[in-house]
Write a protein that binds this ligand. Structure first.
Ligand code: SF4
Ligand code: FES
Length: 370
């Protein structure tokens, strides 16, 4: 039986003033002229709710770049979905947040890059971003709007994991996501500048239980571990086409944010198909659903129903074959290669980032991009 999706990631736009070097948006960003209008998003939300989707993540790019974000939020709420705004905080100030809450916004997630303003702005590629994030987090707390802080962890900030979690608690977050960078898309481009050492990752992973104990009952701590140094893969997206769907700004529906890196997959659009039809029958969703597509060692593995062979996009990026076992699995024939890649990247002296959506690199100094 085909499972029903629980969540929908609505990428309202790929426009964003920030340039984070690990952004999950594709290397080829969709153009504003192709974006779905608010009425089409409203129909998407109605169809999603009818399928059993419970929550929608209003994301981007920076969703605040949409002038009609209030209308879009309203339509998601009217459809009965729990609405979460995933924002860089640039483009959403206190007044706008109040308007969004009045239109049904249930929750906000703000990303932070680091503790110190200079480092945080450098990683984001935007001077002044950190100050805006602090202001918006304070506004959310003052408005009693549930707040999640998202922190992507990589070589430049991994040594500050503990104070970063304390910082999230001080901001009033009910949840913090400690998300080690996942190396697809922009992060793959920047792997040599982002990859921490195995020792750093091991220490960071060991900290999590202690931090969970410290904040038990006050703040939940989600942790997405970096699997380059793992021996078993994560069940990426909870398994391909099992729990969530992503709708791109132009209306293409993807099983995961990096699915367009896989050659040969055809993505259907909400402009031409109903969401339920896309979920059950579109070529991209059926390509790796279940276990029939698997090859050895996954095909006969006892863990295939637990991790679903790991991540298809990572398998493609490292082995060239999206149907291969995720190379983070120690049973994969390319596992040693992945480990060697990680160790080589971690040993690299590279510190320049290729910023998302820009054709230039930056070294130590935060760059003015306004
Ligand atoms: Fe998972 Fe495949 Fe590795 Fe088994 S062989 S643990 S199914 S990735
Ligand atoms: Fe695409 Fe993991 S990011 S399956």
């Amino acid at each position: 039986m085909i499972p029903r999706p629980l969540g929908l990631l609505a990428e309202l736009t790929h426009r964003c003033p920030l340039g984070c070097p690990y952004c999950s948006n594709p290397l080829a960003l969709e153009q504003p002229a192709t974006e779905l209008d608010a009425a089409t998003w409203a129909e998407v939300f109605r169809q999603a709710a009818a399928m059993g989707v419970l929550q929608v993540h209003l994301s981007g790019g920076e969703p605040g770049a949409r002038r009609d974000l209030e209308d879009i939020t309203d339509s998601a709420s009217q459809a009965g979905l729990y609405t979460n705004l995933i924002t860089s905080a640039v483009g959403v100030d206190r007044q706008r947040l109040q308007r969004l809450q009045a239109r049904g916004l249930d929750h906000i997630q703000i990303s932070f890059q680091d503790l110190a303003e200079s480092s945080a702005d450098h990683i984001a590629g935007y001077r002044g971003a950190h100050a805006r994030k602090l202001a918006l987090a304070a506004s959310a707390a003052a408005m009693d709007l549930p707040l999640t802080i998202n922190i992507v962890i990589h070589r430049a900030n991994i040594e500050r994991l503990e104070p970063l979690v304390d910082f999230a608690a001080d901001l009033g977050a009910g949840r913090v996501e400690v998300a080690h960078a996942q190396y697809y898309g922009w992060a793959l481009q920047n792997r040599a500048a982002l990859m921490p050492t195995r020792d750093q990752v091991d220490r960071a992973v060991c900290l999590i239980p202690r931090l969970r104990e410290r904040y038990a009952g006050r703040m939940a701590i989600d942790s997405v571990v970096p699997d380059y140094y793992e021996t078993r893969p994560k069940p990426c997206m909870g398994g391909w086409a099992r729990q969530t769907l992503n709708v791109t700004p132009s209306g293409l529906v993807l099983p995961c944010h990096a699915a367009q890196t896989i050659p040969g997959l055809t993505f259907w659009s909400v402009r031409e198909h109903n969401l339920a039809e896309i979920w059950t029958a579109s070529p991209a969703f059926t390509a790796f659903r279940g276990t029939d597509w698997m090859q050895e060692p996954c095909r006969s593995c006892a863990f295939r129903q637990e991790d679903f062979g790991g991540c298809r996009c990572q398998a493609l990026a490292v082995t060239g074959d999206a149907a291969a076992a995720d190379p983070s699995c120690e049973l994969s024939p390319t596992h040693a290669e992945l480990r060697a890649m990680a160790e080589k990247a971690a040993a690299s002296a590279e510190s320049a980032y290729t910023y998302r959506g820009r054709n230039r690199q930056s070294r130590a100094i935060p760059i003015p991009v306004r």
